[in-house]
Design a protein around this ligand. Structure first.
Ligand code: PMP
Length: 415
């Protein structure tokens, strides 16, 4: 493997050689079956290989594999756009389709810079927006991601409210974050130079950090006042994970632009920069482009995914199951004071913050040994993401919780 794959990518937890996967179950090359609560890094809201998605992709593959879009148009993509518009907030109904989350963010920044004619972007410490150079300039979840690639110009980073790490009550944490942003506007970047404020409504890679009420509202106000666009990077939060179709609804704040990817297409490469038609109309032909973006195959997968999410009301289900899972996780963690500091997150976007990265790593190992795959987040990996598919059978969810409970027991030294 080392010979063929660049080490910059190939080495990751748990590095499992996989044979096949279905729903929330993965079969490793050695025949062992695992419960997978990583969900393709939040890209598989319907689990692995949902039959309707597989059928849609197979059917599309026989009809038309590649456009490219613009040279050709195909109904499957236009149908997808129409159905996406029906679930997006605030009249957001026009799309630039790419292949990934990072491209969705790049598109948002290019759109904002183009239409405002302004050079700068505000982003947040702890945020993750991708690894290509433009989005990497925004990413500030770990300095290591930026190491070796500086300078990454054009972005000013402000503070994201994180009450537990700040040691502050939620309101004070929000006030401190907004005060820092105001101070940046006074001292570092003039508001009239800012094209966009780009934020994850819940920070994902940064540690499943949920902003208390008032923060996103505060960003909305400041964007309106300064003429900057408010961009929500919903690459990880989108498509039902937070208990609504989008975190914008969960928090009741509507952005001007959204970056979408991951769960949009159940594992095929797709991303979208989305905005209201009037805004997109100011981004004329030829100002941005792609060869593979919005491919027929990815569009077919996305359309099938969206239809299942809507028909089975999976966002609502995520809200209900998430609430029960959080309560159970608090109960399991409560047996070992000192191991888990917080269980948080809307819907099935649950983060379990351990007292240290080392403890979290031990929990991940103990869970893996018992057949449950989980993945860490946060700068030192102390947050365990608990993100099963949104259609996870209740029995699988219970099994996952039970395994995790036993992993807590083992790490905390109980039989
Ligand atoms: N934005 C967010 C919020 C993400 O979580 C990620 C991926 N973890 C990205 C952007 C980048 O997406 P991709 O890996 O598809 O480029």
């Amino acid at each position: 493997m080392e010979r063929y794959l660049a080490p910059s990518l190939a080495v990751d937890w748990p590095g499992l050689r996989v044979e096949r996967a279905e729903g929330a179950r993965v079969t490793a090359a050695d025949g062992r079956v695992y419960l997978d609560f990583v969900s393709g890094m939040a890209a598989l809201p319907l689990g692995h290989g949902h039959p309707e998605v597989v059928a849609a992709v197979r059917e599309q593959a026989e009809r038309l594999l590649h456009g490219p879009l613009g040279v050709f148009y195909y109904d499957v993509l236009l149908d997808l756009a129409e159905e996406l518009a029906a679930v997006l907030p605030g009249g957001i109904a026009t799309f630039f389709f790419g292949n990934s989350g990072t491209e969705a963010v790049e598109g948002a920044v290019k759109l904002a810079r183009f239409v405002t004619g302004r050079p700068m972007v505000v982003a947040f410490r702890g945020g993750f927006h991708g690894r290509s150079l433009g989005s990497l300039a925004l990413t500030a979840s770990k300095a290591f991601y930026r190491h070796g690639y500086q300078p990454l110009p054009g972005v000013v980073h402000s503070r994201f409210p994180y009450p537990l790490a700040d040691g502050l009550a939620p309101e004070a944490s929000v006030a401190a974050a907004l005060e820092e942003l105001d101070a940046l506007f006074r001292h570092v970047v003039a508001p009239e130079d800012v094209a966009a404020i780009v934020v994850e409504p819940v920070q994902g890679e940064g540690g499943y950090v949920v902003p208390p009420r008032g923060f996103l509202e505060g960003l909305r106000e400041r964007a309106d006042r300064s003429g900057a666009l408010l961009v929500f990077d919903e690459v990880q939060t989108g498509f039902g994970r937070t208990g609504d179709f989008f975190a914008a609804e969960t928090f009741g704040v509507t952005p001007d632009v959204m970056a979408l990817a991951k769960a949009i297409s159940s594992g095929l490469p797709l991303g979208a920069t989305a905005a209201r038609p009037e805004l997109m109309a100011r981004w004329p032909a030829g100002t941005h482009g792609t060869t593979f973006g919005g491919s027929p195959l990815a569009a077919a997968a996305a359309l099938a995914t969206l239809r299942v999410l809507r028909r089975e009301r999976l966002p609502e289900r995520a809200r209900r199951l998430g609430e029960a899972a959080r309560a159970e996780l608090w109960r399991l963690a409560g047996r070992h004071p000192g191991l888990v500091r917080e269980v948080r997150g809307p819907g099935l976007m649950i983060g379990i913050e351990c007292a240290s990265g080392e403890l979290a790593t031990r929990v991940l190992r103990a869970a893996l040994e018992r057949g449950l795959i989980l993945y860490p987040a946060g700068p030192d990996g102390r947050v365990i993401r608990f993100i099963p598919p949104l259609n996870v059978p209740e029995a699988d969810l219970e099994e996952g919780l039970e395994i995790l409970g036993r992993a807590f027991d083992e790490v905390a030294g109980r039989p």
